[in-house]
Design a protein around this ligand. Structure first.
Ligand code: PAF
Length: 280
């Protein structure tokens, strides 16, 4: 496994490899969700590249950039164990040198949900992902469905700018009790960890109501809201039932629906989602 910290060295390593290259961009502090992406990437490509970069431009000044969990040594051990060919681990000034002033903005699908609650977040994501794609030149790039809006934004970025790669979306990996894996779960104390299950329970409620024939998004949203409000440690940022492609909010479900939510458990903001009525 080659660990590379500069763009020039990564490009040279990339050029030295013929065949397909799969790419898993990450912010490190890897969990089983990331490793599932790497395994799938390995199975579908001749070689696998992973980036570890806590991207400062996707955090707002109020957010947790400084306390975002990091453990480079453990990440590299896990990547070695699962089998990774190239790891790109640049310092911030390599990605954003002095004078950096070009931004990639995907409009429309970034305006709601996470975009509405985290101004500038998707500008930072789209910019760093576009830059990483230019450096890595992957054949395929792998993203988790857990960040549902991020997936829609990146698919739009790749389509609109005619980028020459395939975006592969992989299912959310969950703990045995249903909590979606996230690097942020480490912030939860045992009581908060128990309370955090309310996200999964609310999504399961939506799934059950939908399976029973309920097609009123408003009624499903109301039932989910009520369930979460019964958990005293939880504070709802949003509950959304939206068109899975445009992310436009629905009141009646006619085709598929992306049910997504963001909930604060103490100081930790968690997101999760499920797609209903669409073959995935
Ligand atoms: O999903 C993430 O970890 C990040 O948003 C990404 C795609 C690596 C960009 O910084």
């Amino acid at each position: 496994m080659q660990v590379i910290r500069t763009i020039a060295a990564f490009k040279a390593a990339r050029r030295a490899r013929a065949g397909s290259l799969g790419f898993v961009p990450t912010m490190g502090y890897l969990h089983q969700g990331h490793l599932a992406l790497v395994r799938r990437c390995r199975a579908e490509n001749d070689a696998t590249a992973v980036s570890i970069f806590v991207n400062p431009t996707q955090f707002s000044p109020q957010e947790d950039l400084a306390r975002y969990p990091r453990d480079e040594e453990r990440d590299l051990r896990l990547l070695r164990e699962v089998g990774t060919d190239l790891v790109f681990l640049p310092p911030p000034e390599e990605v954003y040198p002095p004078g950096f002033n070009t931004w990639v903005e995907v409009l429309g699908v970034t305006e709601r949900l996470e975009g509405a609650h985290r101004p500038g977040h998707f500008r930072g994501v789209a910019t760093v992902v576009a830059k990483l794609f230019n450096i890595v030149e992957p054949t395929r790039a792998y993203f988790g469905q857990k960040d549902a809006q991020q997936v829609v934004v990146i698919q739009k970025l790749v389509a609109d700018l005619t980028m020459n790669l395939e975006v592969v979306v992989c299912p959310t990996v969950r703990e045995p009790d249903g909590l979606a894996m996230s690097s942020r779960n480490v912030y939860l104390d045992p009581e908060q960890r128990r309370a955090a299950l309310v996200l999964f329970r609310a999504l399961e409620l939506a799934r059950t109501l939908y399976a029973g024939g309920e097609r009123s998004a408003d009624r499903i949203r109301a039932r989910m809201t009520h369930l979460i409000q019964e958990e005293p440690r939880a504070r709802i940022d949003y509950i959304s039932l939206a068109d899975p492609r445009t992310l436009g909010e629905l009141s009646e479900i006619r085709g598929g629906v992306l049910v997504s939510l963001a909930v604060r458990i103490g100081a930790t903001r968690l997101i999760d989602n499920v797609v209903l009525g669409v073959e995935q």
